[in-house]
Ligand binder design. Structure first.
Ligand code: FAD
Ligand code: DHB
Length: 392
């Protein structure tokens, strides 16, 4: 098989890139190692920046998002048994965010791709990327029980943090930066209407809790738990009791409980690989960088990478110029590092230290008090949360 752009990975980054390239007349092939059912059911992100919504519209993949997405005007911060509203439009000149699950974005993109898009192969596992420095890299992959090859002009690694693309970089090419956090998140999906109209980020001595949602009838909630936590040690009643304790305020508010339909533990890490290009191999999304989930930047960064990349590959296709492609890594990394900083700051500000450091606790409260007391500090949070500009 031969194509212009070989895309490894059919998550949000790979699928959206394929759509944007298809609309620009650039041919590509997507290789995804899992089944369609698996990628459509994998529970993950839910909060979309305005720029992510715009990118999905640009790709013609936003009909259901427009009809079903929940537009949010802000978030609530809870600490010291008080609640504080952060008003995004007022602080950012009108910006909002949208709640729409990653599973639904993937379903929408897969349906479009299978209807009229370039090839998307499920159960096609990339094994190796050969000659990324040459003018004609080749992806070796396993599909329908036999090894096959995809010859490309360019290969884009959209295969997530545990994919093969980053490992295809020769040893000594580039550098990575990493930070691990001493806690994890236990996430649940519950068949119960959300107990709030906007997301609640709660900091308390028992630890962090986040109330999010998927629809008017489905809630998504997260609890800070120690690393190594087994979800089976958390029966539903224990989860609801702990969530209720962490969200408690000195005002009338009730957490609605309901059947838990999914439960999983996620570890937290910041990781950035620089640069995001080597020869004709480009990395995008989680393949190049990951952030802890506090602040919801992972999916949004994956989308902004592929927006920059689609523009660059389209310019190359139309004019023969590699000007944008040559700046791909530099342009993306500016935004990646800003989102890495924001996610790190949000994580450190909202999670209880496992060793109960009293000084650190006071620092966290002072940061939160500053945000709720100063319009300038709140505007800084709102600008980062709703999404910084794409960069040029
Ligand atoms: P992935 O979604 O990981 O997709 C990579 C794809 O490549 C997968 O389908 C995989 O099967 C495939 N693949 C891997 N190896 C191979 C191979 N060898 N050959 C072929 N295919 C391969 N982000 C936000 O922006 N907002 C949020 O609210 C948010 N909440 C989150 C909550 C949780 C609990 C978690 C875990 C993450 C959250 N994120 C959030 C992060 C977000 O889900 C990821 O950043 C996003 O999935 C990255 O997309 P991607 O396409 O780069 O990678
Ligand atoms: C969601 C996840 C996050 O990490 C976050 O900060 C906000 C929302 C979610 O899954 O809905």
């Amino acid at each position: 098989m031969r194509t212009t752009v070989g895309i490894i990975g059919g998550g949000p980054a790979g699928l959206l890139l394929a759509r944007l390239l298809h609309r620009a007349g650039v041919d590509c092939v997507v290789l995804e190692c899992r089944t369609r059912e698996h990628v459509e059911q994998r529970q993950r992100a839910g909060m979309l920046e305005q720029g992510t919504v715009d990118a999905l519209r640009e790709a013609g993949a936003a009909d259901r998002l427009t009809a079903e997405g929940l537009v949010h005007q802000g978030i609530e911060l809870r600490f010291d048994r008080e609640r504080h509203h952060i008003d995004f439009p007022a602080l950012t000149g009108g910006r909002t965010v949208t709640i729409y699950a990653q599973t639904e974005i993937v379903k929408d993109l897969v349906a479009l791709q299978l209807a009229d898009g370039p090839p998307l192969l499920f159960e096609a596992e990339a094994l190796a990327i050969e000659k990324p420095e040459s003018g004609s890299p080749v992806v070796r992959f396993l599909h329908e029980g036999r090894e096959q090859t995809l010859a490309c002009d360019w290969v884009v690694g959209c295969d997530g943090f545990h994919g093969i693309s980053r490992d295809a970089l020769p040893a000594g090419v580039g550098r990575s930066y990493a930070h691990d956090y001493p806690y994890s998140w236990l996430g649940i999906l519950a068949e119960v209407p959300p107990s709030c109209e906007e997301l609640i980020y709660a900091r308390g001595e028992r630890g962090f809790a986040l109330h999010s949602m998927r629809s008017a009838s489905v809630s998504r909630l997260y609890l800070q738990v120690p690393n190594g936590t087994d979800p089976d040690d958390w029966p539903d009643d224990r989860i609801w009791d702990e969530l209720a304790a962490r969200f408690a305020i000195d005002a009338d508010w009730t957490l609605h409980r309901g059947p838990v339909t999914a439960k999983s533990v996620t570890t937290m890490r910041s990781y950035v690989h620089e640069p995001m290009r080597h020869g004709r191999l480009l990395l995008a999304g989680d393949a190049a960088h990951i952030v802890p989930p506090t602040g919801a930047k992972g999916l949004n960064l994956a989308v902004s990478d592929v927006r920059v990349l689609a523009r660059a590959l389209t310019e190359l296709h139309r004019t023969g110029s590699t000007r944008l492609l040559d700046r791909y890594s530099e342009v993306c990394l500016q935004r990646v590092w800003q989102a890495t900083r924001f996610s790190y700051d949000m994580t450190k500000m909202l999670h209880a230290q496992p060793n109960g450091d009293a000084f650190e606790h006071r620092m966290q409260l002072s940061r939160l008090r500053r945000i709720t007391a100063s319009r300038h500090a709140a505007a800084e949070l709102a600008a980062n949360y709703t999404g910084l500009p794409l960069g040029t």
